[in-house]
Design a protein around this ligand. Structure first.
Ligand SMILES: Nc1nc2c(ncn2[C@@H]2O[C@H](COP(=O)(O)OP(=O)(O)OP(=O)(O)O)[C@@H](O)[C@H]2O)c(=O)[nH]1
Length: 351
């Protein structure tokens, strides 16, 4: 069917067609232009013969978006504002311009804009009866008008589609940027939870992990092992800081190797590490601790100048229910202190 001024796409396009915009800027509208919303002299004269005239006052609503309409309007004098809603460009129509024709041509067409009288004046109103009268009086002129109206709808529709496509591309690129930013933020966040030298979780990362487990009530049945290098300062002092760094990396690799998929290894700081281990069976934990101690010894024997490893001291405890992290840490630390006092290279338990 035919359409123009207030058709959903065409109506929106009224304010958007390049030609219409150019005409607005220039302040003139060429009724001969197929995209012009104005009637030619002949069309206007014909429409004026059959239409009902209606006086309208500034501020008065002609129709609102969604209203079902069956009449179109031609502005004899005054002006009408069309508001298509959302962020679409509105439109002011002046004398000789028409609106609402889809209501007439389709019948019971939902208006796609709010039409408000901007300047008081006179409108020509045409309903079904008047339209039939137009067809009877000058079918050729009416056909010319309808053809122009169709072209304008198509033009406006294409302009709207192009505009939506552009907007879609802009949205797409904004989304891409947001995704990239979110990704970078995630990476930065992950870095703040990771120890730079060893790649293990740092104290902050470990704290986050513990906090998550506390929230999910999944702390029970775990064990904590604190690990500290023996006479590590000696490595730094004798072989230099870089050699010390390599020892710390070896300890990290060893802990990574023994940690199961649900365990977490962490460098708490300096030469102190910890393992949060799934399970609290003493024999399993002892086996793991013994493996760590034996591997450290073997590595130490393998490379002595510069050393790849020191012997290690371990303090361990199981995470009993109802106690907090500080309590477990103190338990394990007490055990570690005992291991150190006894000469290191051993594991001590505190339950
Ligand atoms: N190379 C290196 N050294 C570090 C790093 N962080 C801390 N240190 C050093 O680690 C040393 C730890 O010293 P201590 O806590 O006395 O440990 P220790 O010498 O192993 O003493 P015991 O634990 O009693 O056997 C200090 O000299 C710190 O300067 C690091 O990232 N790299």
């Amino acid at each position: 069917m035919l359409s123009c001024g207030s058709n959903r796409l065409g109506g929106r396009g009224v304010g958007e067609g390049v030609a219409a915009i150019a005409q607005d800027v220039a302040g003139t509208r060429d009724p001969g232009d197929p995209h012009s919303p104005a009637l030619t002299d002949a069309e206007y004269a014909l429409f004026a013969q059959v239409a009902r005239t209606r006086r309208v006052e500034a501020g008065q609503y002609l129709f609102r978006r969604g209203d079902l309409g069956t009449a179109m309007f031609v502005i004899a004098s005054g002006a009408v504002d069309l508001d298509f809603g959302d962020d679409l460009v509105g439109k002011r129509l002046a004398a000789r311009e028409f609106l609402g024709e889809l209501g007439l041509l389709i019948g019971d067409h939902a208006r796609s804009a709010d039409a408000t009288v901007a300047e008081s004046g006179v409108l020509l109103e045409l309903g079904r009866v008047e339209f039939d009268a137009l067809a009877a009086r000058d079918p050729q002129l009416l056909t010319q008008f309808l053809r122009r109206a169709i072209m304008r709808v198509v033009f406006n529709e294409q302009a709207l589609i192009a505009r939506l496509r552009r907007r879609n591309q802009e949205l797409q690129s904004t989304l891409d940027t947001l995704r990239a930013t979110a990704h970078r933020l995630n990476q930065t966040e992950a870095l703040t939870r990771t120890d730079e030298l060893t790649g293990l979780a740092n104290r902050r990362g470990f704290g986050t992990h513990i906090e998550q487990r506390r929230r999910n009530s999944t702390l029970a049945g775990l064990s904590l092992i604190l690990i500290d290098c023996d006479r590590f300062k000696h490595v730094n002092d004798t072989h230099g800081h870089l050699a010390g760094d390599r020892v710390l990396q070896s300890v990290a690799n060893l802990l990574r190797a023994v940690a199961g998929p649900e365990d977490i290894a962490c460098r708490l700081g300096g030469d102190e590490f910890c393992l949060l281990v799934h399970g609290d069976r003493r024999e399993d934990l002892e086996r793991m601790a013994d493996y760590i101690l034996a591997s450290a010894r073997a590595l130490m024997r393998m490379h002595s100048n510069p050393p790849q490893m020191t012997t290690l001291s371990l303090g361990a405890c199981s995470l009993g229910p109802g106690q907090n992290w500080e309590h477990w840490y103190t338990q394990a630390d007490t055990a570690l202190y005992r291991a150190k006092r006894l000469g290191g290279d051993r594991v001590e338990w505190q339950d």
